[in-house]
Design a protein around this ligand. Structure first.
Ligand code: ATP
Ligand code: MG
Length: 287
């Protein structure tokens, strides 16, 4: 279930382009509370009319996000329907998607990245405890609410966005294009997502975070992507052995062997010491 928002209560500001099946805008939502008018910044995600047959799945994503509340999950205020328009009204997150943020080349420390990873793991743990599958975890769907000061070591703050249209609805090519985020078993049965699928996606997302938002398998065509999975291959491993181990553990072709969130969190916490060593080893020797 979700809250219905009156179309008249929404104001549209600038267009921010397009999402996968959506047109996206900055906007405002007005509501009257205690006789006073409140205006909130919102992010408006309008399902593209050419994809209007996906409306049910689109609203399911909104419903999922409305039912659960966690500091690292994006707030969805509700949905608004106006004629052929289906709109998801979300909290506006200041710094946008994490992949783009990292790609802009802002240098961030290892502990900053580790903080992001831990925050995502805590959101995942929350979902796992509730037996809720997200289904579309990737750096693009991590939004940066607070930058922190990467050089001063003050922490970032991220929120996991809605999963969008369910993978069960998508055409084969679109699913193939989601390699390496989509778990290999999903290619065979897209309508049978499990918590383990999210673990695989988490592994691919960790890879992105620690590779500065670089798109994994950039430039690969769908055939090459499919062959990667058919040959049971892995993404190029990180130089940081413990991190590489965690990623490959999450991206195990055997779903049952992927770690629990507890174990992921434990492994991330144990990376702190190595992080410290790496930071110091990397410091230039100065007189
Ligand atoms: P998908 O379902 O595949 O995730 P989508 O429709 O959610 O697709 P995205 O590509 O995930 O679209 O998002 C498009 C862009 O919108 C992102 O790159 C990000 O910069 C921005 N964005 C998404 N949600 C928000 C938000 N709540 N606040 C601010 N910016 C956002
Ligand atoms: Mg998204």
């Amino acid at each position: 279930q979700f809250h219905m928002i009156k179309y008249e209560d929404l104001k549209w500001d600038v267009s921010l382009g397009q999402g996968s099946f959506t047109r996206i805008f900055k906007g405002y939502k007005t509501d009257i509370r205690d006789g006073e008018k409140h205006v909130t910044n919102v992010f408006l995600k309008e399902l593209d009319v050419v994809h209007k047959n996906y409306w049910e799945s689109f609203f399911e994503a909104a419903s999922l996000m409305s039912q659960i509340s966690h500091k690292h999950l994006l707030l969805v205020y509700g949905v608004s329907v106006h004629g052929v328009k289906n709109i998801m009204v979300q909290e506006f997150v200041e710094y946008g998607a994490l992949d783009l943020y990292l790609q802009r080349g802002r240098s961030v420390s290892v502990s900053w990245k580790l903080d992001v990873a831990k925050q995502l793991a805590s959101a995942l743990n929350f979902l796992e405890e509730k037996n809720i599958i997200h289904g579309n975890i990737c750096a693009k769907n991590l939004l940066l609410a607070r930058e922190g000061d990467p050089s001063q070591g003050s922490s970032p703050f991220i929120k996991l966005s809605d999963p969008g249209i369910s993978v069960a609805m998508l055409a084969k090519d679109v699913i193939l294009d989601r390699i390496p985020w989509v778990a290999p078993e999903v290619l065979e049965s897209p309508d049978n997502l499990t918590l383990e699928c999210d673990k695989w996606s988490f592994g691919a997302t960790l890879w992105e975070i620690f590779n500065s938002g670089e798109p994994p398998l950039r430039g690969w065509d769908l055939d090459q992507k499919r062959q990667l999975y058919e040959s049971y291959l892995q993404l190029p491993p990180s130089q940081w052995t413990e991190l590489a181990d965690l990623i490959s553990h999450c991206m195990d072709y055997q779903a049952a062997f992927r770690p629990s969130c507890r174990s992921i969190i434990r492994q991330l916490n144990s990376l702190i010491t190595s992080d410290y060593v790496i930071l110091h080893a990397a410091e230039p020797v100065t007189q």
